[in-house]
Design a protein around this ligand. Sequence first.
Ligand code: KIV
Length: 274
Amino acid sequence: MSTKTAKSTPGSTNGSRPGLDPLRPVTVPDFAGAKARGIRLTMLTAYDFTMARLVDAAGVDSILVGDSLGMVVQGKPVYHTRLVVRGVRRALVVADLPFMTYQVSPQQAVESAGRLVKEGGAHAVKLEGGVRSAAAIAAITGADIPLVGHVGLTPQSVRRLGGFKVQRDAEKLIEDALVIEAAGAFALVVECVPTDLAARVTAAVKVPTIGIGAGPQCDGQILVTPDILGLFDDFRPRFVKQYADLGQAVRKAVEAYCGEVRDGSFPAAEHGFR
Ligand code: KIV
């Protein structure tokens, strides 16, 4: 965890419901203990310094360096984690373990998680899967690396699951959640699960559940930042709410810039030096 003092950040209280302390860096125990205090947790993704700085300053409790940005292809999770950590003063930074960096053996899982923490500076790691990942989770938490689990729709298994589909197998989901908790995870992402079933998972575990497409009864929520900002509009899943249209703002700004360069109105006299 960063030892820097957090800036005064707005927005970590939500209406009448309290949030985590906006003035202190969020720790793993703060995050894990929020459920018992009735605090809803906020989490967003970031992959670079600029976005990490912006979402952190706006008061999000935790940032996931998710492999939603195709980090599996780029293969640079440590690099992206380092950029994000550098931009963050308060949020808890969780780094995703990419596909095939933890599936081979518990030893491989500990080594990969260790790199994200030691070289990337992550405060915690996340990996996908319940029963099938139990040995990896136990090995990582046994090495004292804080870990977030991920059940329901697990994007790294999308081929086996037959696509991005809502996951409805209640028995399996609850078993996976309990196994992850028993293996030492301090929180659990629950993705694309019917609202009632996500509520059952949330009631079954003591650690906070962080929902994405899993309804309002999870202990917190995560969304992919480019989705809520309107920066990625090829495909918008039903569970995404778009809070801004930065894609449109970027297009307009770039068109204006190109137009002015072409017609000679930029740069003007005030943009030059004497
Ligand atoms: O990779 C990712 O960004 C994720 C979130 C969508 C939960 O796993």
